[in-house]
Design a protein around this ligand. Sequence first.
Ligand code: MRU
Length: 360
Amino acid sequence: MAPLKNGGCPLSTPDAIRWHNDQLQLLDQRRLPAHCDYLSYDDAESVATAIRDMVVRGAPAIGITAAYGMALAARRCTSQPSVAAWTQALDTPRRALADSRPTAVNLFWALQRCDSIIEQYGNGGDVAGALLELAKALHAEDIHINRRIGDHGASLIPENSIVYTHCNAGALATGGYGTALGVIRSAWRDGRLRGVIAGETRPWMQGARLTSWELMQDNIPVTLAIEGAAAQLMRELRPSWVIVGADRVAANGDAANKIGTYNLAIIARHHGVKVMVAAPTSTFDRNIDGPQIPIEQRPAEEITHSYGQRVAPEGCQVSNPAFDVTPAALIDAIVTEHGVIYQPDRERVLAHLNAAEDAQ
Ligand SMILES: CSC[C@@H](O)[C@@H](O)C(=O)COP(=O)(O)O
């Protein structure tokens, strides 16, 4: 890969994930921005619960956390004589991690990377040590990848732009720097941005609680809006791009992301605003098309209750899909660490992934 600009914009957001005092620590994102507390983990099952309960969230962050979870599981095992024995010994924690959340493919990608380590070291090697090194490497690599995504994406943003983002695809959702917010950070560094509109992202409020907080810490001008204001704001403020992350990009270029992204893409097309999906290649799933992406249904209480108080009538039926799938036809560019896929479709997505593999 050709070298890009180093550095990027300074980053004040605390690490979402850290290995500290020989333990995994996760910033409890449920309590942000009011409280900045780390929780400590030393077994895979409680890491799986932390992923399901959204202590940590965001596709790349979930993948990295799962890799640390496997390292913790291996540390708790007695040494095993063979690959088959290690696979058996780690089966229960691996399943717990795989069952934590279904949509972000980075989780399964990271678990497969762990499987390869077990294959490589399982016949007498230091599996626990190698899994921990893998988790640390995936973590560090993700930050580097995000800076590359940031630089590729920023080059598409015209000067004096307002951009629109949804959910949180920032440092908190990744190893650091962010995907969509990585593009925004790099565009801000390059002097291209006038401001950012952040949709609040019901029901979990990632936009209100996390994205506005992240951007404000880096002094990037951000305006928070309810999702229902999207059409009005696009007509009034004429953002150049909607920039979002992804939980899974399918072979045909369809992209699953936080619920409400599909709505935004439709509104953007009506107003002549372009849509950018910023995601590492670890978020691609070349085995399925958009309609086959599993969509997580979250608990009804996320909608029937707000901050612990019931807001919907008792017995009210609820549908709470956490993600939607934006068709490739509504996406103008998918930006990865390897460059830009313009007007994505199956042929262009697969060509991009094949070229990325050949380059490695
Ligand atoms: C770089 S993160 C990309 C996506 O994971 C993000 O946009 C998103 O949808 C996160 O959903 P969440 O439910 O908060 O895990």
